[in-house]
Design a protein. Structure first.
Length: 272
């Protein structure tokens, strides 16, 4: 074997240069890594401020449903002192024998008559399409204090002249309020003092009613208790799409597009 075959492939100077270059590359990568770690900016997350309960002033809003209008034949006299109104006896709009009726055959009325033994109402008695009860202890009719169409037992803010419809509106409003309160589950604290505080809470809600008498959107006026208000929203969210109870058959148009209800914590049973 010749001497040329025994000589190394790389010269010692080339090996030393390769080792030096490898060291420089590794050292450069290490320096870049250190520089990148030292020069980077770390963003510190700021602590979020805990939500605070802010009390708000809630102004009551009159319902859009009509109230029985106050009216009469006499003008109001000043000073207009409030007096307790006696119940007003109303009669159905049906003909009845009159003590002053003529006895001639030509005077016989053609309309449907009441039973012959029925007592004729007074000439100036108030009438309605349908009467659901008879007052047995009704006193004399209260003197009217406002001139115009209306009823002596109405209120000045009223707009409805039909007394039976005004009563049907009030009864239907109470029925809808009971429908929502039956589905509401207020908080049930174990502490007696906290439970008594829950019983005094109430939150108002304005609910949109769709054309098919179903629950739509809603808005809630806060009660001041975060857990109570959250349960109100949860209940209203769960009733979306449900059909409300129907209005009375005689007045199918008394359900408005918006409905105001108040949800209360009175049904909470506190520990003894």
């Amino acid at each position: 074997m010749s001497d040329a075959a025994l000589e190394p492939v790389f010269k010692p100077r080339e090996v030393a240069l390769a080792l030096l270059l490898a060291f420089l590359v590794e050292a450069g990568l290490l320096l870049l890594w250190i520089y990148a770690g030292a020069g980077s900016t770390h963003v510190k997350a700021e602590a979020l401020e805990a939500p605070r309960e802010i009390p708000i002033k809630v102004s009551p809003v009159m319902d859009e449903l009509p109230l029985l209008k106050l009216g009469g034949k006499k003008k109001a006299k000043l000073p207009d002192m409030w007096k307790k109104q006696a119940p007003v006896q109303r009669f159905e709009e049906s003909s009845a024998p009159s003590a002053k009726a003529s006895k001639s055959p030509e005077a016989i009325p053609s309309s449907k008559l009441a039973p012959l033994d029925a007592s004729a109402p007074p000439p100036d008695a108030e009438t309605a399409k349908q009467v659901d009860q008879t007052l047995l202890d009704a006193g004399p009719d209260a003197a009217p204090t406002v001139e115009g169409e209306g009823a002596a037992d109405g209120v000045k803010e009223g707009t409805e002249t039909d007394p039976l419809k005004a009563r049907a509106v009030s009864a239907y409003q109470a029925k809808l309020s009971a429908w929502f309160n039956a589905r509401f589950r207020p908080p049930q604290p174990e502490d007696k003092a906290a439970c008594e505080a829950i019983k005094k809470l109430s939150a108002g809600a304005v609910i949109n009613v769709t054309g098919d008498r179903a629950v739509g959107g809603y808005s809630v006026s806060a009660s001041g208790n975060a857990e109570f208000d959250e349960r109100v929203r949860t209940m209203l969210e769960g009733t979306k799409g449900e059909t409300l109870p129907p209005p009375p058959p005689l007045y199918p148009d008394i359900l408005q597009s918006t409905l105001s209800v108040r949800l209360s914590g009175q049904k909470v049973s506190c520990p003894e």
